[in-house]
Design a protein around this ligand. Structure first.
Ligand SMILES: Cc1cc2nc3c(=O)[nH]c(=O)nc-3n(C[C@H](O)[C@H](O)[C@H](O)COP(=O)(O)O)c2cc1C
Length: 188
């Protein structure tokens, strides 16, 4: 039997991003389980700001097509998203919007994998309001998004030098999301 393929990435390209650290912590947690894990950075898939005129003129950029194929070829995906003004980041929304413009094919980038989400913020709510918006966007794209999620408050002091969550409660949430994502990725 082949191992489920899981993909992790963050909705921030900031150097020292807490959400990139969270995506890394999830990839590390998943790598302890029975699956194949890939961690990417959206820095490697730069995209212009979505413009429908540009799309009509030039088509969908190669990086959006590459990302669509990458998502479609995985069984489970974890996205760690910062909260910007109560919502997801423009980087993540722009990336999802471009991927949604890639002509539909099978397997589908949003309907094939199962999604899990998480967020990290220096604030006290751990980006939970942004996660509600991210969930809504993914669902509107046809994705199945797991109810379990991980939100890390006080992110500036939440990770140790290895990038692991130092608080046992947050680590337990991360572990629960990882197990659930793997279990649902094995559904077929
Ligand atoms: C434009 C902007 C809006 C923000 N809005 C929020 C917010 O609504 N809630 C919150 O918890 N943090 C907010 N922050 C702070 C981010 O959580 C913080 O910059 C965080 O480090 C971003 O994630 P990253 O470390 O993965 O880049 C905001 C930051 C920026 C730049």
């Amino acid at each position: 039997m082949t191992h489920p393929k899981l993909l992790c990435f963050a909705g921030s390209n900031r150097s020292g991003s807490f959400n990139a650290t969270l995506a890394g912590a999830m990839a590390k947690q998943l790598s302890l389980l029975d699956c194949e894990v890939t961690l990417i950075s959206l820095q490697d898939y730069p995209l212009p700001l979505f413009d429908q005129d540009e799309e009509a003129e030039k088509g969908v950029p190669d990086n959006a097509q590459k990302l669509a194929k990458l998502l479609a070829s995985h069984d489970g995906i974890f996205i760690a998203s910062p909260e910007y003004n109560g919502s997801l980041t423009p980087l993540l929304k722009n990336t999802l919007d471009w991927i949604s413009r890639v002509p539909a094919s099978e397997p589908h980038p949003f309907k094939n994998p199962v999604f899990a989400i998480g967020g990290a913020s220096p604030g006290g709510l751990g980006g939970i309001r942004g996660l509600a918006h991210l969930r809504q966007v993914l669902v509107s794209l046809g994705a199945l998004v797991l109810p379990q999620q991980v939100s890390v408050a006080a992110a500036h002091s939440a990770f140790d030098e290895l990038g692991d969550l130092s608080d046992s409660r947050s680590a337990a949430f991360l572990s629960d999301v990882a197990s659930s994502l793997l279990a649902h990725s094995k559904r077929f």
